[in-house]
Design a protein around this ligand. Sequence first.
Ligand SMILES: Cc1cc2nc3c(=O)[nH]c(=O)nc-3n(C[C@H](O)[C@H](O)[C@H](O)COP(=O)(O)OP(=O)(O)OC[C@H]3O[C@@H](n4cnc5c(N)ncnc54)[C@H](O)[C@@H]3O)c2cc1C
Length: 446
Amino acid sequence: MKKETYDVIIVGGGITGASLLYTLTRYTDIKRILLLEKYDDLATLNSNSRNNAQTLHFGDIETNYSFEEAARIKNEAERVLRYFKMQEPKARNGAIKKCQKMVLGIGSEEIEFLDELYKTRLKKLFPSSMKLERKDIARLEPYVVKKRQKDEEIGALLSKTGYMVDFGKMTHMFASQAESEGGDRVRVLFNARVMGMEKKGSEYRVYTPKNEYFSRFVVFATGSYSLYFAKSIGIDKNLSILSVGGGFYTSKRVLKGKVYRVQKGGIPFAAVHGDPDIADKNITRFGPTVNIPPMLEKKHLNTVIDYIKTFDFDMPTMVSLEKILFNKDIKKIIANNIGYGIPVIGKYSFLKKEASRIVPSLKYGNLKLHGDIGGIRPQMIDENKHSLVLGAGKIKHDGVIFNITPSPGASSCLANSLKDMQYISDYLGEEFNKSKYEAELGKISA
Ligand SMILES: Cc1cc2nc3c(=O)[nH]c(=O)nc-3n(C[C@H](O)[C@H](O)[C@H](O)COP(=O)(O)OP(=O)(O)OC[C@H]3O[C@@H](n4cnc5c(N)ncnc54)[C@H](O)[C@@H]3O)c2cc1C
């Protein structure tokens, strides 16, 4: 059998892997790039639009972010917008749509929090955002006010220029553009489940059940599996994964745009919000719910064993887990979310505690649970700090990168692939076309 050698192998065909494939093809001269995906299509897991909340996160309605985090995510999301602006309208294939975004405060404490946020963050980072009172909310999102108790105080912050994105379609756009632009330089293989990797001299041997591939550089863009692979070659940065599952309910269309709720800092995953569905204008989605399944991929029971291998059942992890799960706010979220996936009781409880807080007129019969959609956010546990890590994780090690990508990993895909491209080019002694990149996707800070 002829030895197959590449310069870069990317493992995983979600938006992280496809974005890197596109970036390397378009902005470097790297000759041989292989993407290996274990299923028979791209974006079947978290990057599929059915499984995530389809929000292009900018940091304006994410009240759990600090000022610095909001500024960073704004910069990262702008690359996605620039990418879409480069495409002919037909090529965008409905993968991005404008929609208003609102963060709703209920009660005086939340409204005061939003006032403060408006002064300290939004006016500076998002000057076109607006503060809304009840009457403004009623005009922009009538169902948020309809049938709400008259004496319940509400206020909101509005971003007129929000976007929803079909990250699954975007994944396909990246890969097909890389394949057509790269020609023989690029290869994408499906049904190629990477089992492991080992160093052989100056190369890595990456193997699937049927084949083996050699490469000077390997990137794991395998979502929750990236930490599993890092640990499988002995890299343990004192990190573990808390799998935070998220599912969705739908109703007939009751919202024009996205309506988020106030969320306190320190919690890295979003509270339940209401969103239009990019693929179906007749419905509104409510979610994601929060549960803690011991697996790496939703509905794939065969990933339980690998989850157990990824989770360190040692003292620092258990202490961290205890601290995380007993944090007042996280405990409340988990307690509320218990059972949301159960038919009848779960739906009733979800309606009462979540959906009707956003749309008070919703009734039990209006909601439909979709057990088949949603994904798993791989939230990293920092065993040294005994806390959850906000945002994505990246482990770099001697010619390998492991990308761990909870939310808002899809919004950050191009910022993430830029970092990978810079590191890979340096490692391989290749140039990347900085001026072309900056002209198309925005300035690269030093
Ligand atoms: C409920 C929920 C809501 C979210 N909402 C948003 C949102 O509104 N906005 C946002 O920006 N982000 C959101 N996210 C996060 C976002 O979906 C993810 O960050 C992003 O999709 C991660 O992409 P990825 O390519 O890294 O991972 P994935 O999409 O999970 O892809 C990983 C790929 O690796 C492949 N793979 C795994 N193991 C192997 C192997 N051994 N060999 C070969 N291939 C392998 C898998 O098959 C898969 O195709 C949400 C996530 C969830 C779960």
